[in-house]
Ligand binder design. Structure first.
Ligand code: GSH
Length: 200
């Protein structure tokens, strides 16, 4: 099994954490030269995006779709084997996941712009909106985050968003979000979380 991505990438990290939770070993191919408009640098994926998982002749994109594939193929009897918490709350859970993914995607636009050399992002309404989307979504998540003892796919995703936003300095800290801070404290020392931190 091959996973293509980058070390700090939060979308890639969702898959890395799931693979580690499953105890699956894989080859990690670090993508480079992200500034080039060149399919070759993105494992020939037409959308030039990652993570990309290659397994048994399949090449999959989209972190949640990759996670679904892993759950359906290798997740029987594993602690995390659905994208949602429970069937009764499926729509709300997937909505929570959509907000988490949305804030991650807003962050990707900002980082790609910065990487491309745009330094005065605050001048542009496009980036003002992306920055606000991150802040406002953190407020939304603060109201709805559950502190439970089960580590779910929603938790794994939220950990990736929060630690990445802190790592990229998109937020200075979580002081305005005490529940998110407590949430992070709950999971930050879990082995799959510790060993995939974006700083490493
Ligand atoms: N919806 C996609 C989003 C993937 C995405 O935006 N990935 C970022 C990296 S975290 C990317 O491909 N960025 C391209 C780049 O940085 O050049 C997913 O869930 O996998």
């Amino acid at each position: 099994m091959i996973l293509y991505g980058t070390n700090p990438s939060h979308f890639t990290r969702k898959v890395r954490i799931l693979l580690q939770e499953y105890g699956i070993s894989y080859t990690f191919v670090e993508l480079n030269n992200l500034l080039e408009a060149n399919l070759e640098n993105f494992a020939q994926i037409p959308l030039l995006q990652f993570p990309i998982l290659e397994d048994n002749g399949k090449k999959l994109i989209e972190s949640d779709l990759i996670a679904l594939y892993l759950m359906e193929t290798y997740g029987k009897n594993k602690e995390i084997n659905t994208l949602y918490r429970q069937i009764e709350t499926k729509v709300d859970d997937l909505q929570f996941l959509a907000y988490t993914n949305g804030a991650m995607a807003a962050g990707v636009k900002i980082i790609r712009a910065t990487r491309s050399g745009i330094t005065d992002l605050e001048k542009y309404p496009f980036f003002q909106q992306e920055l606000l989307a991150i802040q406002a979504t953190l407020d939304w998540l603060e109201e709805r985050t559950q502190l439970t003892s089960a580590f779910t796919y929603l938790d794994l995703s939220l950990v990736c968003l929060l630690q990445w936003a802190l790592f990229r300095k998109l937020i200075p800290n979580l002081e305005k979000h005490p529940r998110l801070m407590a949430f992070l404290k709950t999971w930050e020392n879990r082995p799959s979380v510790l060993s995939t931190h974006p700083e490493l």
